[in-house]
Structures are given as structure tokens and as C-alpha cells.
Design a protein around this ligand. Structure first.
Ligand code: COA
Ligand code: UVW
Length: 321
């Protein structure tokens, strides 16, 4: 059974409430319509009835809930809760304005338990999509930074790429944390993780500030008791291609067989996933945010209705973890 089918089987009929703040966007509404029709989850579309209906076109809205923030009967409660959760960082006046922003509104629904997860970002930048979650939902205890990973799928091939979405210049301890969390999320996709910490250098072939960051991340991991295989610093070919690994690396349980790739910075991670997607023909599901208290996921603005559909299926699955 392919991985998407098995993820769908986990959620079908459970009526998991997923909020889509971009209820005025046709790609989002098309995906929501299909998700409702298949009984995969309960879509909550944010926007005015007129906007959502216009975005739906000929697609049915049966099974979808529509909430217009301007006429929401719990808006005052939401404002009070936002002021409380932002502890001195937001005044009541500012909160009243913020909750009319669809991403803040949707994130507050999740925070208040009125929705289980959120999918947005088809028309908003990543910053505008995830900032409310970073401020309100926050990271789980023990996790200092969230990051965005992609499940890269092509036929039977499955890989995890991280961080492709959030942290422009992660530190060595951030990279170590991303490696550990990426190994954990890989298991949701039935991947037994072999984690490569990527670089433009393999095992000291170059020594610069950039490679030092990765070797320091390895030192942090080496000082921990971990239940997965990892190695670095590795170039992508040394991590992935067995024949190249043989020439560049000795005694590695990961080189030549890596399936989880931790990129050294956001330039390489974001560019890398888009190359695999656009040139390599991989389906790129995500970015899926790791380490938040509740699931909030971003989309690429270049997403298709199928991408929105896939990200929503994953989001609903994350609510069960
Ligand atoms: C994610 C991003 C928007 C956060 O930047 P920002 O809004 O300037 O964030 P700030 O530094 O002002 O922090 C805002 C809050 O988020 C928190 N935060 C920021 N980065 C975080 C992270 N990685 N994990 C958890 N919390 C984070 C801060 O602690 C702060 O919380 P507080 O207000 O309660 O103190 C920014 O790092 C960014 O633009 N990243 C690149 C996104 C992108 O374009 N990716 C490519 C396309 S996918
Ligand atoms: C994930 C990503 O790159 O998002 P966008 O294309 O919207 O910037």
C-alpha cells in the first residue's frame, strides 16, 4: 500500500477539523471540497460566504464549514485569549485587529481547540503563514526551534528533506535538533531513518566556518544516546550514491544509503527540494512544520490543489500523534 493511502486510512471518517484560512483561493477550496466529499476530514474555510462560493466555482461545498471572522460569535473571547497568550506583547486594540487577519484567526481556532490543525500558505508567504503559530502555538517542551520538512515521494521512493522552510541560518545545535526530529517524523512515513548531515564537504575534504557548523552538529549528536543511524558531514552524492560513498567515506552506516537529509542552511534546503520536485519529478509534500504543540502547515505559493490535499492529509495525521 502506498504511503498516502495508508495515511488516508488513518483519518477517514474521524471528522478531524482542519482550518483553511485561505477560503477565497480556488486551489484550496477545490482540495477542501474533495476532502469533505471523501470524508477524509472536516474542512473549515475562512472567508465570507460570497468569497468562498466564488472560489468554489462548480465545486460542492457540502461538508465544509465556512466561518467569516467579521461575523464570528466568539470574536471577543478570541481577542481576550490572544492578549493573554501574547503576555504583554499585544494590546487589546492590536489583538482586535490581528484576529481579522485570516492566519491569526485560523491559528487562534487551533489554539482554542476549535480546530485540530491548520493549512495555509497558497497565497501567503511562509513568514505570514507561520508567524502566528510561532507566537501562539509555540514549540513543544524540549524543542527550541520549529523547522519545515518535505516528504519527497516518487513511486516507491520516500525521503525527508529538512529544513527547507523556516530557519535561514541554523546553528550547530539547531542542526542536531533537526536531525533528531527529522528521524522521528520519518517514521510517520514508514521510513527507517538514516540521517545525513549535508555539506559541500565530505569528512573533512574542506574545512571552513560552514563545514565546522556541521561537524559540530555531529559532535553534539555523538554525545547523545540515539536510536537511529546518522552521519556527516557528507556531500549529497556521498550520502546517496553507494559507489560514490565507497570512494569518499569509510565505515559509515549512512553514506550511500541515506533517506533523511538535513541541509546546512535554508538556501540549500529550499533550493534543493525545489530542484528535486521540478527536475526530479518528486511529489514534494509540505513544508510540514515539526516540533509545534499543534499541527500548522505551510504550502508553497506554487502549490496545486493536489498539494493542498496531500498537506491536509498529513496535517490531520499529525493531530493523531
Ligand atoms: C519564520 C520567520 C518568519 C520568523 O521570523 P520573524 O517573524 O521575524 O520572527 P521573530 O524573530 O520576530 O520571532 C517571532 C516569534 O517567533 C519565534 N520564532 C522565530 N523563529 C522560530 C523558530 N524557528 N521556531 C520557534 N519559534 C520561532 C520567536 O521566538 C518569536 O516569539 P515571541 O514573539 O513569542 O518572542 C523568519 O525566520 C523567516 O522569514 N524565515 C524564512 C521563511 C521563508 O521565506 N522560507 C522559504 C519559503 S518556505
Ligand atoms: C516552501 C516554499 O518555498 O514556499 P513558497 O514557494 O511559498 O515561498
Amino acid at each position: 500500500m502506498d504511503i498516502m493511502t495508508s495515511l488516508k486510512n488513518q483519518i477517514i471518517g474521524k471528522n478531524i477539523r482542519i482550518v483553511f484560512p485561505e477560503g477565497n483561493e480556488p486551489r484550496v477550496v477545490q482540495a477542501a471540497s474533495l476532502l469533505a466529499r471523501e470524508n477524509m476530514l472536516k474542512p473549515i474555510l475562512i472567508g465570507s460566504i460570497e468569497e468562498v462560493q466564488a472560489a468554489a466555482g462548480t465545486y460542492s461545498l457540502e461538508g465544509c464549514e465556512i466561518i467569516d471572522p467579521k461575523h464570528y460569535n466568539k470574536l471577543d473571547e478570541m481577542v481576550t485569549e490572544l492578549v493573554a497568550v501574547r503576555k504583554g506583547k499585544v494590546t487589546e486594540e492590536q489583538a482586535r485587529e490581528l484576529v481579522l487577519n485570516v492566519n491569526y484567526f485560523g491559528t487562534m481556532l487551533v489554539h482554542m481547540g476549535l480546530a485540530a490543525g491548520l493549512v495555509s500558505g497558497a497565497i501567503h508567504s511562509t513568514g505570514d503563514t507561520v508567524r502566528p503559530a510561532l507566537q501562539i502555538i509555540k514549540t513543544k517542551p524540549g524543542i527550541s526551534k520549529t523547522f519545515g520538512y518535505f516528504a519527497m515521494l516518487r513511486g516507491d521512493e520516500r525521503y525527508i528533506f529538512a529544513d527547507c522552510a523556516i530557519n535561514p541560518n541554523p546553528s550547530s545545535s539547531d542542526l542536531a535538533e533537526f536531525a533528531i526530529e527529522s528521524a522521528r517524523v520519518a517514521r510517520m512515513f514508514d521510513i527507517e531513518p538514516k540521517v545525513a548531515l549535508l555539506s559541500f564537504s565530505t569528512k573533512g575534504s574542506a574545512k571552513t566556518e560552514e563545514t565546522k557548523k556541521v561537524t559540530e552538529a555531529m559532535e553534539i549528536l555523538n554525545g547523545m544516546e540515539l536510536d537511529f543511524d546518522y552521519d556527516g558531514e557528507l556531500q549529497f552524492d556521498a550520502a546517496f550514491v553507494p559507489a560514490v560513498a565507497k570512494t569518499k567515506v569509510k565505515d559509515s552506516k549512512v553514506a550511500g544509503q541515506a533517506n533523511v537529509f538535513v541541509f546546512p542552511d535554508l538556501n540549500s534546503g529550499n533550493i534543493g527540494y525545489k530542484i528535486a520536485q521540478r527536475l526530479g519529478g518528486f511529489e514534494a509534500v509540505g513544508p510540514i512544520l515539526a516540533g509545534l504543540n499543534k499541527p500548522v502547515n505551510d504550502l508553497s505559493r506554487g502549490c496545486s490543489p493536489e498539494d493542498v490535499y496531500g498537506t491536509a492529509i498529513i496535517t490531520a495525521n499529525q493531530t493523531l500523534l
